[in-house]
Design a protein. Structure first.
Length: 232
């Protein structure tokens, strides 16, 4: 699954006068942060493993947000959906988390479970903010490797290899060699900026209009509500 906050999305893909999106437009979607080895603008994607309880804790913290930045912490998710009730007590608003997607369906996970692990992708910058602030708030969150051992460095959080699918990293074989930076970890991880992953995903669109441009279509997946307010 993938996790983000509303405030991390810094712009939208608006039609504009020409209707054509440039590299600059795509970069503006996710310009925050820097990488591990690659210190250019834009945060790298990282993958960590969390328990069901820790994923719930992440969502709880984001739902509380910051009164000075209303709405900026609201969770944006992919590969999952969650139900919440803000009338419940603090850090207990999330009532259900489901893993899956619109095409394949969803299955509920145990949000009280502190043993089973799930892979979670996010922007490195966002991950660091989430870890530091959640610990200050006394919320349990320990990013781990696939085998359950705690991650001790940023390089260890880089994905072991590019993963396919629209939710995490670009489809296999689409990332050009000069766009990926090798991490400093022993596993020679692949460092990919979040904006680059978005760019590579957009490049996989095959249907072109009369002008040779691939159109962006708002399908039912894009319109799906994955944050379900039980009192909306």
């Amino acid at each position: 699954m993938a996790l983000n906050a509303a405030g991390m999305v810094r712009a939208g893909l608006t039609k504009g006068n020409s209707g054509v999106q440039t590299v600059y437009d795509v970069f503006l979607l996710a310009p925050l942060g820097i990488g591990v080895a690659d210190q250019s603008a834009g945060g790298s994607l990282v993958v960590v493993y969390l328990t069901g309880r820790e994923i719930k804790n992440c969502l709880e913290f984001l739902l509380i947000g910051n009164p000075n930045l209303p709405g900026q912490y609201f969770p944006r998710v992919s590969g999952m959906r969650f139900h919440y009730d803000l009338s419940r007590r603090k850090f207990d608003a999330v009532t259900q988390i489901e893993l899956g997607d619109l095409a394949g369906g969803y299955r509920t996970i145990d949000i009280s479970d502190s043993t089973n692990l799930f892979s979670v992708a996010c922007n490195l910058y966002f991950g660091l903010v989430l870890i530091s602030t959640s610990r200050k708030a006394g919320v349990s969150l320990v990013p781990k490797k696939k085998d359950g051992t705690p991650i001790k460095s940023r390089a260890e959080a880089l994905p072991e290899r590019p993963q396919s699918g629209p939710y995490l990293l670009p489809p296999k074989g689409t990332m050009e060699e000069d766009q990926a930076v090798r991490g400093a970890g022993a596993n020679s991880s692949m460092e990919i900026k979040e904006w680059q992953a978005i760019m590579q995903y957009l490049k996989t669109f095959s249907e072109e209009n009369d002008g040779g441009v691939c159109p962006l279509v708002m399908d039912e997946r894009a319109e799906e509500n994955r944050a379900i307010n039980l009192h909306a």
